[in-house]
Design a protein around this ligand. Sequence first.
Ligand SMILES: Cc1ncc(COP(=O)(O)O)c(C=O)c1O
Length: 413
Amino acid sequence: MKFSDFGEHYNGYSGITHLMDDLSEGLAQPGMVMLGGGNPAVIPEVHAVLGRVIEQLRQSGGLLDALSNYDAPQGRAGFLEALADYFRERYGWPISRRNIALTHGSQSSFFILFNSFAGSTRGFQKRILIPLVPEYIGYCDVGLEKGMIVSQEARIQDLEDGFFKYQVDFDQLQADDSVGLICVSRPTNPSGNVLTDDECRQLDGIARARQVPLLIDNAYGTPFPNIIFTEVSPFWNDNCIVCMSLSKLGLPGARTGIVIANEDLIRYFSNMTAITSLAPAGLGAEIVGRLIVEDALQPLCDDIIRPFYHHRSELAVRLLREAIDDPRLRIHKPEGSMFLWLWFEDLGISTTELYERLKQNGLLVVPGKYFFPGQQLVSAHAESCVRMNYAQSESELEKGIAILARELQACWT
Ligand SMILES: Cc1ncc(COP(=O)(O)O)c(C=O)c1O
C-alpha cells in the first residue's frame, strides 16, 4: 500500500493508538483494574434519565425521525435553537443558533479547527499554542503537518497537604506571530486543573492582540456536564471558540460535539461538515434537546453528575493518602474532570517504566509523558507523573491503589 503524505500521517503508531490498544487489551483481561481510560462512569441515575427520554422519543417517533433524516450540516435545528436560548438565558452570551454548529464529537471539532488555523499558511508555518502543559493527549496528533503544536510547561504552585496546582507561566509564554490558534481544556484532562478567570482573561488578551482565536475545550465544564468543583465563570466572546461535548454527560456513543463561535466560523464549519460528512449525527441532539425542553438537563448535571465525580475524587484522594503515606506522593488539586494527576518525586524510575510494571501487576493508568503536546523533549517532571481515572467503583479504586502502593514502595525504598 502506498499512502499519500496525508495517509502516512495516520499510518504511524501514535500515543493515543498505543493507549487505545492497551485499553482494549486490558478490557479483555479478566481482573485488570482499568484506571487508564477516559470513559465516563456508568451512573445508574443518569442511565435511568437517559433511558426514560429515549423511551419517550421512541414512542413519540422522535427517535425514528432523528435516525431516518439527514440534518442540516450545521446540526439539528431544534437543538441549536434550544442551546442558544440556554446559553443566552444562563450566561447572557449574545448568541443565536447561527453561533452554534454540531460535529461528530469534540475530537473531530479539534481536527477541523487545528488544521484550519495552523499549518502552511500563505508561505508561513502557523502553529497551535498550548499555553499550559500537561494537556489533553487527544491534541497530540490532530495536526496534519509536523511540528504544528508549541506549548509552555506549567508553573507549579505548591499547596498544603501534599497538593499542588498548575498555573500558566505568563512570564515564559511566547505568543509570536507564528501562532494561529491558542488552545486550552478547562477543566484540564489530565490534571483536573481549572484555569482561573484571570488566566482566561489574560489568554483572551493575548489571542486578541495576535488576532487569533482562543479555543476553550469545555468537555468537562459548565453548564454540562459540569464536572467542575471550583467556582469559575464560563468564558465566551466572539473571539473565543468554546467546544462542548455530550460524551461526559454519559453519551460518548452518540458522538456529538458542539462548537460555539462567531457566525463566520460557524458558516465555515457547516461547509466543512457538508464536504467531509454531509451532516452531524442527530440522535444525541434529540435526546439532550428533550432534556433542555423539560428543564431536566441542569438538575442532571448539578444534582447527579457533579456530586458523583466530586465524591469519587475525594474518595480516590483519601484512599491514596491511606495507602501511600509518603510526602513524595503529590496530587494535583482536583478541580474538575474525572482524573487525578499524581506526581511521584524521587521515584528512581520513569513513569513509563512504572506503567509497564503496574500493567504486569494488573493495573492500567496512563504515563505522564503522553500529555505534553508541543514539547520536544520528555521532561523529568513528565516522567514523574501518571494520570488515574477515578470513575471506577470504590472496590476497583481500592484494588488499583493497593497495586500502585506496592509498586511505589518497591521503587522508593
Ligand atoms: C479534554 C477532552 N476534550 C475532548 C474530548 C473528546 O470528546 P468527544 O468524545 O466529544 O470527542 C475528551 C475525551 O476524553 C477530553 O478529555
